[in-house]
Each structure stands twice: as C-alpha cells, then as structure tokens.
Design a binder for this molecule. Structure first.
Ligand code: ATP
Ligand code: MG
Length: 181
C-alpha cells in the first residue's frame, strides 16, 4: 500500500499539472481527536463545479495516455478505510484544496514514509513553484517555505544536489523532533 508521502506526491503532481505556482502542504496530527489530516492547497487552474463530484471516480481523468486516473480515488479509499474522509473544494481560475483525514490510531493508516525525500524531490525539480510545508503535532510544529530557503541559499541553485540532500535531511530531522513528546 502507498505510504502517505507517496499519496502527497500524487496529489502535488496534480497541482503541478494544473499549472500551480504555489502549493501548500499542511499536516496536522491530532491525537486528541484521533485524526491525521493532510491538506494540499494550490493556485492552479481549478476544477469545474460539474466535475468536482467525479474526480474521485477512477474513470474521470484529464490524462491522455490512459483512461483511468488513480491518484484521488486511491487516496479516498485509503482514508475511508481508516474511518476518515476526503473532501475537495475548488474554484476555477483560482485553485484547488484537497483535505484528507485518516484515523490516527487506525491500524490501516499508512505510515508517513519518507516525506523529506518526497518534498526535496518536488522542490528541487520544480524551482519555479513556491512550496510551503507545515507539519504540526502535539509536540510542536515545523514550517518550510521555499521562498525563505532561496533567500538563505544566497545564489546557490535550489535544483543542485547538495540542496536536495540538505532539504531532505532538514525536513526529516525536524519531523523526528516533533514526532514523540
Ligand atoms: N489540483 C488539481 N487541480 C486541477 N484539476 C485537478 C487537480 N487534482 C485533480 N484534478 C483533476 O482530477 C482528475 C483526476 O485526478 P487523479 O489524480 O485521480 O488522476 P490523474 O491525475 O488523472 O491520473 P494519475 O494520478 O493516475 O496519474 C485529473 O485528471 C484532473 O483533471
Ligand atoms: Mg493524479
């Protein structure tokens, strides 16, 4: 089964295909409410109101290379399996927001996986897109904004291998720190 970081990769790829230039990924681990929530907000072209109900149907896709799209249907199915849900809101011309909730303690909730590698890959292969990553647990919160990273790099390219490695380690290290109280 896909881990959560690979689901995020799928959903963010949809945002990139929709021409988004700003993509926010926010994760909230709320053990009190027994919810593990993920929200992906983009400023891409959006989804028409009449298509909104159909995008979680595997046979709805704007792909031209095959007739089924699996990103959203699979994520929805995996979330519902844990007692959670997936909801989508979108405004054509403005952007899309995908909100997905998993049951935190449910045995079927996929693990987070290597979110550091996923985010580092997305960031370093899409230098024109501003990514904002937020992760909050009961122990604290971590935020990364590529605009701030670019300033800090002082001219070094965000697509360079050392920056990829730095981002990956930095994200995973910060998440380890807020993982357990
Ligand atoms: N963020 C988004 N902005 C605009 N349209 C979107 C967005 N996310 C999904 N869509 C629309 O919903 C459809 C279904 O998305 P889904 O990820 O399920 O499948 P896919 O991207 O078509 O194929 P796959 O993910 O299997 O490569 C897309 O083809 C696209 O038309
Ligand atoms: Mg997709």
């Amino acid at each position: 089964m896909k881990d959560l970081s690979l689901h995020i990769l799928d959903i963010v790829q949809n945002s990139i295909s929709a021409g988004a230039l700003e993509i926010k990924v926010s994760i909230l681990e709320d053990q009190d409410r027994d919810q593990y929530s993920m929200e992906i907000i983009d400023n891409g072209r959006g989804i028409k109101a009449e298509d909104l109900d159909r995008v979680t149907d595997p046979f709805f896709t704007s792909r031209t290379t095959r007739k089924v799209g699996m990103g959203l249907p699979l994520l929805k199915q995996n979330a519902e399996r844990t007692g959670g849900s997936l909801s989508i809101s979108s405004t054509p011309g403005k952007g899309t927001s995908i909100n997905v909730v998993f049951g935190w303690s449910n045995i079927d909730r996929p693990s987070m996986g290597d979110i550091g590698s996923t985010m580092a890959l997305l960031i370093s292969s899409n230098p024109a897109i501003r990514f904002i990553y937020n992760h909050t647990t009961a122990s604290g919160s971590f935020k990364l904004d590529t605009n701030e990273v670019i300033e800090m790099l002082d001219g070094l390219s965000i697509t360079s291998a050392p920056v990829y490695n730095f981002l990956k380690e930095m994200i995973n290290e910060n998440l380890r720190e807020i993982q357990f109280s």
